[in-house]
Design a protein around this ligand. Structure first.
Ligand SMILES: Cc1cc2nc3c(=O)[nH]c(=O)nc-3n(C[C@H](O)[C@H](O)[C@H](O)COP(=O)(O)OP(=O)(O)OC[C@H]3O[C@@H](n4cnc5c(N)ncnc54)[C@H](O)[C@@H]3O)c2cc1C
Length: 243
């Protein structure tokens, strides 16, 4: 915990932070370290490790206890990611993508119904979460994305393809950013939640990669009926950078 006194800044960890870091260290050494080579060689996504992480509260770190999470703060969250990443950065990245990109986005911007449906399942790692922004040729330049969303009765129809999506193949629920306004309009993008299995949703072939195995690509979306999560009225950059 960083506390400021009149004369100095205290960088000591609190007891909770030390306890959380120790739990994450033990978890990584016991459940990840012995299997790294085996998973690497088999190009496998070890879903059971994420379920175990969910039991220990590492998959809903910032989620309030009332929604099934651990109700911890960012210091504890960083300690967890740090300890797991010391052993296997790809699992660290994976846990971070699930917590920050998917779960936190729904927690921060979803309505009460959406939170009730998705957050407790994500926090317990019953479901693994993904977040899809990047597209072929529109990585840094997200404003140029080609995936569109249009209203069709009660549903929204998404059309397009996303690339380099962590848990694109192994995820159960994805927050997907699509264009609802003109290309280049920073307010013309909207986040949708898509459950795997939604008609029209498919994930592409797994690419061979060095390290970072949970990142499967590409994840294809075509004609998906999705539940609208947030209108395009908020400033896009704020959504992106507050995660
Ligand atoms: C391990 C991993 C996991 C990922 N997981 C996800 C995920 O879960 N969800 C998701 O949506 N995406 C994910 N991505 C994609 C990631 O967000 C993109 O790779 C990133 O946005 C960069 O886009 P790009 O690869 O197309 O590179 P580019 O946009 O082509 O950029 C290439 C280089 O050019 C530089 N550059 C670009 N534009 C400019 C400019 N205007 N001025 C100066 N320099 C510039 C960049 O800084 C970079 O160095 C993941 C990527 C990796 C590697």
């Amino acid at each position: 915990m960083i506390t400021e006194t009149s004369s100095s800044v205290n960088f000591e960890y609190s007891e909770t932070q030390l306890h959380v870091a120790e739990s994450a260290r033990k978890f990584a050494r016991q459940y990840i370290q012995p299997h790294i080579m085996e998973w690497d060689e088999a190009q496998t996504f070890p879903v059971e490790v994420f379920k175990r992480a969910g039991e220990l509260g590492f998959m809903g770190v910032l989620v309030p206890q009332s929604l099934g999470g651990s109700g911890l703060g960012y210091h504890e969250y960083i300690a967890i990611i740090e300890e797991i990443s010391k052993v296997d950065p790809s699992i660290g990245l994976s846990v971070a993508a699930h917590n920050s990109l998917c779960t936190n986005h729904i927690l921060m911007f979803g309505n009460e119904q959406q939170k009730a449906r998705w957050i407790p399942r994500l926090a317990r790692a019953e479901w693994i979460g993904a977040w899809g922004l990047t597209e072929h040729n529109t990585g840094s330049d997200a404003g140029g994305m080609n995936t569109t969303a249009r209203k069709d009765g009660e549903h929204w129809i998404l059309n397009g393809a996303k690339n380099f999506i962590t848990h694109g193949k192994s995820g159960d629920v994805s927050v997907v950013i699509a264009r609802t306004g003109d290309k280049g309009d920073s307010r013309g993008m909207t986040a949708f939640v898509v459950e795997t299995g939604t008609p029209g949703f498919s994930s592409g072939k797994k690419e061979d990669k060095l390290g970072m195995l949970p990142v499967k690509r590409p994840n294809l979306y075509s004609t998906i009926a999705a539940s609208r999560m947030k209108t395009g009225s908020g400033p896009w950059a704020k959504v992106l950078f507050s995660l």
